[in-house]
Design a protein around this ligand. Structure first.
Ligand code: FAD
Length: 429
């Protein structure tokens, strides 16, 4: 008999809670990753995240060689993959880590049923957050829907043990010995992407100066750990421990991440719907032309354009600029946040359903902790305040200040009035 550990968004061997629990049993542990056809079929063929996952599995395999093991990769729907695994192996238990997204929850419910019909146990663990699901709730047991009280309670609840790593190396002799080859990207119809991936290390100097520097897109002041937190190529416990030592502000950002994961888990409807349903009557503009200009960074508003061009070129956009571009799309162009959310989802290396949805609904004014609808960022003042020497804008919009740069596609004042009226009408209806 064997146990199986199923990797999903936790692509590391070190301090991986589900894997640790699988390893401490007496049976050999087969490592598994399923390239999920349901997810991959929706993605462009040069998707940088698929390359990233593939490279990470390759690196893990290199590391596992010395332990006589490797990761079994399958390219299929999870259901088919598990049906064949059940036929091919004598499985005692399957170990994996929690995933809070609606698709993942349904998938896991289905797989748990399939396994249980075959007398196989399905054991799942919290790994990607410090506190999950209903661990941080109001005194009456209801979920928080505002960040500040949530974060206070989070800090009360998060005790020393929540930050502790597990001693993974203790049981490394328990890997199932075999030599399985990684499925090449092209066999799954994908190409290597050459987008650069930020390092999985964050320097103490970034953390120590985080509070002062994090808001300036022209400055290298944030960690760029998003993609690693998304795919679990670093452990949240290690990152949060560093945050506690060096920067409360940075810790707060990690808590935002957990806040949105918690919101998605309690309110999966936010994937499609406004969190605040009172805004459902807002009539969004359907201007494909304006949307295209926004996507391409040709709106005539330099900070918006710089952000969109940074995103298109690198798969990354600075947080301040994510707020400005999202606000511009929803409040200046009055385009549905779902269009912008989908564009970010396709382009961001660190795309995270919970945080992206939370960020977009915040910007649109429809979300949990939302920016009130009548507070509309002025992209020019944002530029003066956060990129005063135009370092960021000049990097991404070199023609800014010449006659090649387009005129603004909308007038700030008029756009502002239109949006205020539309939101107000929707609220009154
Ligand atoms: P740092 O500033 O170094 O922060 C460290 C980590 O904390 C981040 O990597 C991230 O995991 C977390 N974090 C920081 N800010 C937030 C936040 N506001 N909400 C949730 N988590 C946060 N973040 C994503 O991880 N994926 C997304 O798809 C995403 N989409 C966004 C869309 C919009 C419209 C907005 C306004 C924000 C979005 N964010 C998203 C949040 C934030 O912009 C990014 O996490 C951050 O810019 C990533 O850069 P960094 O790793 O250098 O962050």
């Amino acid at each position: 008999k064997i146990n199986i550990f199923w990797f999903r968004r936790d692509l590391r061997v070190d301090d991986n809670i589900g894997l640790y629990h699988a390893m401490e049993q007496d049976l050999p542990v087969l490592l598994l990753f399923i390239f999920d056809k349901n997810i991959l079929n929706e993605l462009p063929k040069n998707d940088a995240r698929v390359t990233f996952i593939h490279r990470q599995l390759q690196a893990l395999n290199e590391d596992l060689k010395s332990k006589g093991s490797s990761i079994l990769t399958l390219y299929d729907s999870p259901e088919n993959a598990w049906e064949s695994l059940i036929k091919d192996h004598n499985i005692h238990s399957v170990y994996t880590n929690h995933d809070y997204e609606p698709y993942a929850k349904d998938r896991d419910t289905g797989i748990e049923k399939l396994l249980s019909d075959n007398d196989i146990l399905f054991k799942t663990y919290k790994d990607q957050v410090i506190l999950e699901k209903a661990e941080v709730v109001k005194d009456d047991g209801e979920p928080y829907v505002v960040f500040t009280p949530y974060s206070k309670k989070w800090k009360q609840k998060a005790s020393k043990k929540h930050f502790e790593s597990v001693p993974s190396a203790l049981y490394f002799s328990n890997f199932f010995t075999h030599n399985s080859k990684l499925i090449p990207l092209n066999e799954m119809g994908f190409e290597e992407s050459d987008l650069a991936i930020p390092s999985d290390q964050v320097s103490e100097s970034i953390l120590n100066n985080y509070e002062e520097r994090r808001d300036y897109p022209g400055v290298n002041g944030t960690s760029r750990l998003g993609v690693h937190l998304r795919f679990g190529t670093i452990s949240i416990r290690k990152v949060a421990t560093k945050a506690k030592q060096h920067s409360e502000t940075f810790l707060n950002e990690l808590i935002w991440r957990e806040f949105y994961q918690m919101i998605l888990w309690h309110f999966p409807r936010v994937v499609e719907e406004n969190f605040k349903t009172k805004y459902n009557a807002v009539k969004w503009s359907k201007s494909e032309e304006n949307f295209k200009k926004w996507c391409e960074g040709k709106t005539g508003y330099p900070m918006v354009d710089a952000g969109m061009r940074e995103l298109n070129a690198t798969g990354y956009m600075h947080n301040r600029v994510r707020m400005v571009t999202a606000s511009f799309l929803t409040k200046h162009l009055l385009i549905d946040w779902r269009w912008g959310e989908a564009y970010f989802a396709e382009k961001l290396l660190d795309y995270e359903l919970a945080s992206n949805n939370g960020g977009w609904q915040w910007a649109a004014g429809t979300g949990t902790d939302a920016q009130p609808y009548f507070r509309i960022f002025n992209p020019e003042s944002q530029l003066k305040k956060f990129d005063p020497d135009l370092k960021y804008v000049k990097k991404w919009v070199p023609e800014y200040g010449t006659d090649k740069y387009p005129d603004p596609i909308v007038d700030h004042k008029e756009a502002r009035e239109r949006t205020l009226n539309e939101y107000k009408t929707a609220l009154d209806s």
